[in-house]
Write a protein of this length. Structure first.
Length: 258
């Protein structure tokens, strides 16, 4: 059975979190093979998150009593503003309280959940530790056994440490980080040109199984997904299409090693 073509309505429905699981998976698969469109859709979602952050408190405020319907009808009496102006105000309030609230409901899902949160945490970890020339990792690659034991104790799950040497990236080491969703393991890799990548993994409270999806924040791009209750996010200062095969390799290794 052929998959229906992905339309612009599907893409906006994906951002709004309005698709059913089957269609959402189809859109995710489409975005994996169209990184330029994926970057555009990701920017839409982040714009909505920014709006929600900026206007969330206002959206929660009650409608002033003077703008209640009874007061608007009262305004029809002689000497009051023309009714068309009151009606226009009522329409504005309906839009702000209805579709406006829907537009602010977040990228893919409410902010702070699922692989959206994981992607943000990975990007933050990259921004914090990748530029560090002195101590980018807490434990170096020759102490991996210690780091894996540490991560297993903190996360309650033994992590798989991907090997990216076949793609030219050596494991530098890693560290445990704290997130609002519990402990996470950050691994860092680099190549012979000093290009660094970060892989973040942690148990998932939401999106325990989720198809791979691209994301971008400034010049940092990446791919995030979840499988078997564990989330994974690969980020770096590289285009998403270059990171994609690396993310596929990591996904394969973690699923084989789980």
């Amino acid at each position: 059975m052929s998959v229906k073509p992905i339309t612009e309505d599907d893409l906006h429905g994906f951002v709004d979190g309005a698709l059913d699981e089957a269609r959402e998976a189809e859109v995710c698969a489409y975005l994996e093979t169209h990184p330029d469109i994926a970057a555009r859709i990701d920017s839409y979602g982040r714009q909505r998150l920014d709006l929600r952050t900026a206007l969330g408190a206002i959206a929660e405020e009650p409608i002033p009593s003077r703008l209640n319907l009874s007061h608007l009808l009262e305004a029809r009496k002689p000497g009051r503003l023309p009714f068309w102006r009151m009606a226009a105000a009522a329409v504005v309030l309906l839009v702000a309280g209805g579709s406006g609230g829907w537009m602010l409901h977040g990228m893919y899902r409410h902010p702070g959940e699922g692989i959206v949160a994981l992607a943000d945490e990975a990007a933050d970890s990259f921004a914090t530790y990748a530029p560090d020339k002195i101590r980018p990792v807490e434990l170096r690659a020759d102490n991996m056994a210690e780091l894996v034991d540490w991560a297993t104790e903190r996360m309650g799950r033994k992590p798989v440490v991907p090997d990216l040497s076949g793609s030219g990236y050596r494991l530098m080491g890693g560290r445990m980080i704290s997130t609002s969703h519990g402990a996470g393991l950050m691994l860092m890799y680099d190549d012979d040109r000093g290009t660094r990548l970060v892989v973040l993994t942690r148990p998932m409270l939401a999106d325990q199984n989720k198809p791979m999806a691209p994301h971008a924040e400034g010049n940092v791009e990446g791919w995030s997904w979840a499988s078997g209750g564990m989330g994974y996010s690969l980020v770096g200062a590289l285009p998403a299409d270059i990171l994609h095969p690396l993310a596929d390799d990591i996904r394969h290794q973690t699923e084989m090693g789980a």
